[in-house]
Ligand binder design. Structure first.
Ligand SMILES: [Zn+2]
Length: 264
């Protein structure tokens, strides 16, 4: 089974991980821009990072037979300095134009502050202009409010719903997300937050249309094999091969093909 992980921070991962991912069938990954854990203080640090994930990381991961794409954006964890955020957003389009960059992400909410709201809207304006795919991060706390406001912002900025992944859904948010024509993402972690078992239970209840699963595989506790493990679990739970393929391959291809740069 060929697998696409729609949200993975491979930069935080070792070559051992890349080898295991390739062995487990992961063929394509998309790396949205992330927060390094401590805040960057200069716009240029963002630009160097965007170039790194777009170029070096695509090549490094590609050497394991895994195609690597990225998305460009400022994570809500890093938007408190509005001047800095504006300076980064001013040049975002230049990096989204690079060959392996598919669109905008990950953007959205962390603590749902007015500044986060403003920077989120500014980045959605870029996405609207480019009519490109967008990956939206939803907050760990107050998640339902974060999802509701994100859906409002999509409407207010006029970005087409089908261009957007509302990511990191849970049992508490999926009903709200499914009221819209956006794509619903689930990020599966080994311990806290959503597990593969909880995600598969939601897929059983809500069906497979516009559903996407991913691992995040960032620098915190996370599992680069979360998606292959969910595939194994779906098989045990009686999903057909065709249905499994829809979630881990066909749906991601349909979503990311909204960028002409996405090739499989
Ligand atoms: Zn992420």
């Amino acid at each position: 089974m060929k697998i696409i992980d729609t949200h993975m921070h491979t930069m935080a991962r070792t070559t051992d991980d890349l080898e295991r991912m390739a062995t487990a069938g992961i063929a394509v990954v998309v790396e949205p821009a992330f927060w390094p854990g401590s805040n960057r203080r200069h716009a240029e640090s963002f630009f160097d990072y965007f170039r790194h994930i777009e170029g070096f990381e695509a090549k490094r991961v590609g050497e394991y037979g895994i195609r690597h794409y990225c998305a460009i954006g400022i994570n809500p964890k890093e938007v408190d300095d509005l001047g800095l955020a504006s300076a980064v957003i001013e040049r975002m389009e230049e990096f989204i134009a690079l060959p392996t960059a598919l669109g905008v992400g990950e953007i959205g909410f962390d603590r749902i502050t007015p500044t986060e709201d403003k920077v989120f809207c500014m980045q959605m304006e870029v996405a609207k202009r480019l009519d490109c795919p967008v990956i939206i991060h939803t907050p760990h706390f107050n998640k339902l409010n974060g999802v509701r406001r994100s859906l409002e912002i999509i409407k207010e900025t006029g970005v087409k719903e089908e261009r957007v992944i509302v990511d990191h859904n849970t049992e508490d948010t999926i009903a709200e997300t499914k009221k819209h024509n956006v794509w619903a993402g689930f990020t599966m972690y080994p311990i806290t937050k959503m597990t593969p078992a909880r995600t598969v239970a939601i897929l059983k209840e809500y069906g497979l249309e516009r559903m996407l699963i991913n691992s995040s595989a960032d620098w915190g506790p996370s599992d680069p094999l979360a998606v292959p493990k969910a595939v194994a679990l779906m098989r045990r739970e009686g999903f057909s091969e065709e249905d499994i393929k829809k979630v881990v391959f066909d749906n991601p291809v349909e979503f990311f093909s909204q960028s002409p740069k996405f090739k499989i």
